[in-house]
Design a protein around this ligand. Structure first.
Ligand code: ADP
Length: 448
């Protein structure tokens, strides 16, 4: 096992990794930017190293500074968390050349699944269903129109390097396709410095169901069952749960087996998530692979009892998986609500500022992963998520009831948060019956 790890991230995930390391008896060094200098979790790490100013390019995305911090702290490994450098194969390669273990997949596997066009090719090889669409990148309008007419409208244009729901546009006819293609390319260039886009059939009224996988360096790969993340706004997840409330058992098993097949075909190791869209008839199609730990990993931890962060560290240290597929079961039901510092009443405008009042929920079945505290100033420079509220109960109905009362206990002031929207979701009869899709929140709950 490693004796010391550098955490190249911030916020709740930095704290989550510190917690795992302390339980494992591994020392930690955590990097921070000047905007995070007052973050309370810095005190829980054995060492905290300031690597620069607030803009991510000057700190959390600055590879030379992070590598210098790793050398100063004399660590054997780096955990990248999610976001920032977590899926940057160039960073993973630099770690390797500096003899620092990158806690994640190999450079090659990350590159293979990181590009969505390449990933679809791998999926076909692994006999995992893909959404009908262009075989590869689409460059010009003529080709785009031809493909769209072949597969039929509506279609979705997506950035090959995409992430976080950016660079995506839905088109319902030739006219909107022409306009959307240019917009998607410009947005992709802007966000990812790569204008490559591709087209696929837009699966209407689909659910987002994803499979957590773990693979070690000894050829073993398992899945930790699925998470249903259909409650979204602008293609970004709001609520996640495990198990999915609607999947038929045979579909669940086939979906999870497909994810493992893909991982094995890609020679992928460490933790990863294979994301799928599931249509009304419960046909499923792969969307992409996320080569990192995900925000919503706690729901899987709650139902399987497996600590995914510890598993990542152990795998990176060369240990074999300590369990077999048949040992991994889903017990009870877990739900997670992402608590963002955003104002649902003002079109989710960011609500940075200082939290002066904070009363956190507790009691049976409640877990809170958050770096926030009373007196915490939310920096305007980063993602607006200030925590994740997770519940785990024997049944889904009980989990919803527990989440509702936990959200009611949760008091954060004076900043605005997504708590009122989550309360509305927990009370929604369609959510309660599981009758939702990825467009539900916007179409039904947020429609003016
Ligand atoms: P990102 O990497 O930006 O998160 P994904 O490919 O994971 O993009 O897709 C994010 C979300 O966008 C999905 O959960 C779904 O809501 C929507 N989406 C993506 N592709 C399709 C599609 N072909 N049909 C319908 N919805 C889609």
């Amino acid at each position: 096992m490693f004796s010391k790890i550098l955490i190249a991230n911030r916020g709740e995930i930095a704290l989550r990794i510190i917690r795992a390391c302390r339980e494992l008896g591994v020392q930690t060094a955590v990097v921070y930017s000047t905007a995070d200098q007052d973050a309370a979790y810095l005190k829980f790490a054995d060492q905290a190293i300031c690597i620069g100013d607030a803009p991510p390019a000057d700190s959390y995305l600055n590879i030379p500074r992070i590598i210098s911090a790793a050398e100063i702290a004399d660590v054997q490994a780096i955990h990248p968390g999610y976001g920032f450098l977590a899926e940057n194969d160039h960073f993973a390669e630099i770690c390797r050349s500096c003899n620092i273990e990158f806690i994640g997949p190999s450079v090659e596997a990350m590159a293979a699944v990181g590009d969505k066009v390449q990933c679809k090719k791998l999926a076909r090889k692994a006999k995992v269903p893909t959404v009908p669409g262009s075989d590869g990148a689409v460059d010009d309008e003529k080709e785009a129109l031809k493909i769209a007419r072949e597969i039929g409208y509506p279609v979705i244009i997506k950035a090959a390097a995409g992430g976080g729901g950016r660079g995506m546009r839905v088109a319902h006819n030739d006219v909107s396709l022409r306009a959307s293609l240019k917009q998607a390319q410009a947005e992709a260039e802007n966000a990812f410095k790569d204008a490559t886009v591709y087209i696929e059939k837009y699966v209407e009224f689909g659910r987002h169901v994803e499979v957590q996988v773990l693979a070690d360096n000894h050829g073993n790969a398992v899945h930790l069952w699925e998470r249903d993340c259909s409650m979204q706004r602008r293609h970004q997840k709001l609520v996640e749960e495990s198990p999915s409330p609607v999947l038929k058992q045979e579909v669940r098993e086939e979906l999870c087996a497909s994810a493992v097949r893909l991982v094995k075909t890609a020679g992928y190791t460490n933790a990863g998530t294979v994301e799928f869209l599931v249509d009304k008839q419960q046909n499923f199609y792969i969307l992409e692979v996320n080569a990192r730990v995900q925000v919503e990993h706690p729901v899987t931890e709650m139902v399987t009892g497996i600590d995914i962060i510890k598993a990542q560290i152990r795998i990176a240290a060369g240990e074999p998986l300590p369990f077999k597929q048949k040992d991994i079961t889903q017990t009870g039901h877990a739900i997670e609500c992402r608590i963002n510092a955003e104002d649902p009443a003002r079109n989710f405008a960011p609500s940075p500022g200082t939290i002066t009042e904070l009363r956190v929920p507790g009691g049976p079945g409640v877990r809170l992963d958050s770096h926030a505290y009373a007196g915490y100033r939310i920096p305007p420079n980063y993602d607006s998520m200030i925590g994740k509220l997770i519940v785990h109960r024997p049944t889904r109905a009980e989990a919803i009831a527990t989440m509702k009362r936990a959200l009611q206990e949760f008091h954060i002031a004076p900043i605005k948060t997504t708590i009122p929207l989550h309360l509305q979701i927990m009370d929604n009869q369609y959510f309660q019956s599981g009758d939702v899709d990825t467009g539900f929140v916007e179409r039904v709950m947020l429609a003016k």
